[in-house]
Design a protein around this ligand. Structure first.
Ligand code: MN
Ligand code: MN
Length: 315
């Protein structure tokens, strides 16, 4: 049985932690300017580049929003189920794990999160009422809520693409049933997985071009400068700025200054750019501003989620 080289393990750890912490940084930074127009941001902040709280949610400095806390709820459920529940789901369609995830979303909602999107709320309430694991197709389910919280699913299934797709779809469908939400959740998830494996930038770029060709609704050249919570706008914004700027900081500042759903576009940009650069290269001035409890929870989850998947014994 081949041993994994310790350096490779360390690089994976750094990239995975970079993705999750980068996600939280984007959430905390973007929340200040969520729902603002770019011109309003320019008038009020010049260029918005400091984690300072505030915004329409009147957040304390460094507090994250639903994007991060809902991801943590998914991560918690995956850790609770562990490898056995994941294997039972992937190999035998045992939906115990998906109920564990649904229950985690219910607890999250009952914990009065600072924010909750309408589609997420409606889906969680349906699960509470009916116990169903998805609702019917709904043309109004094209928001970015399912995509936004999917990072832990990618970490827990890192070596197995089929397991990732099955888990990502199931967690997404608990609240969103729309082909654009499905495509975006899988697409950004697959790109994240490539980055976590240390895939070359040129190859990632080619992968994105191909994905956009296969999913032309998400075409982002020329960029339309729309950064709303409609999942098409969200993905176009994230991919545009991710490929435009090589550095984490430049890509992040450009993304959140586009305003609108800035915490969510910031979080998803931070996830991709953080996986690209690794936790060790995240800007310290941003990392230091996150609330310590958030950093601790993310660090522990990253470690736990990566070890759910055993590269030698999975499925
Ligand atoms: Mn949010
Ligand atoms: Mn948002």
């Amino acid at each position: 049985m081949p041993e994994t080289h310790p350096d490779a393990d360390h690089e994976l750890w750094d990239r995975a932690l970079g993705a999750y912490l980068g996600f939280a940084i984007g959430d905390a930074l973007g929340a200040t300017v969520e729902f603002m127009r770019p011109r309003e941001i320019a008038q009020q902040y010049g260029v918005h580049r400091h984690i300072m709280g505030g915004g329409w949610l009147k957040l304390p400095v460094g507090q994250v929003t639903d994007d991060t806390t809902m991801s943590l709820a998914l991560g918690e459920a995956l850790l609770r189920g562990g490898r056995t529940a994941l294997q039972d789901f992937v190999a035998h369609d045992d939906v115990g794990l998906i109920r564990t995830i649904g229950d985690a979303y219910v607890r999250w909602l009952k914990g009065k999160p600072v924010d909750c999107g309408n589609t997420c709320r409606r889906g969680i309430q349906r699960y509470m009422r009916e116990g169903t694991l998805e609702g019917p197709f709904n043309p109004g389910d094209g928001g970015n809520g399912a995509l936004m919280r999917n990072l832990p699913a990618a970490l827990a299934t890192l070596g197995n693409d089929a397991a990732f797709e099955k888990l990502a779809m199931a967690q997404a469908r608990l609240t969103h049933n729309h082909p654009f939400s499905d495509a975006a959740t899988l697409g950004l998830g697959q790109l994240l997985r490539l980055l976590l494996r240390g895939t070359e930038p040129t190859h990632c770029r080619q992968w994105v071009s191909q994905w956009v060709e296969d999913n032309p609704s998400f075409r982002f050249v020329p960029y339309r400068e729309r950064a709303t919570a409609y999942v098409v706008d969200t993905v176009q914004t994230v991919l545009h700025f991710f490929l435009l700027h090589e550095g984490f900081e430049a890509a992040m500042v450009a993304t959140v200054n586009q305003g609108d759903d800035a915490d969510t576009t910031g979080a998803l940009l931070g996830m991709l750019a953080g996986a690209r650069c690794g936790a060790s290269r995240l800007p310290m001035r941003w990392l230091d501003r996150l609330q310590p409890a958030t950093v601790k929870a993310i660090t522990e989850q990253t470690q736990g989620l990566l070890s759910i998947h055993d590269p030698h014994h999975f499925l």
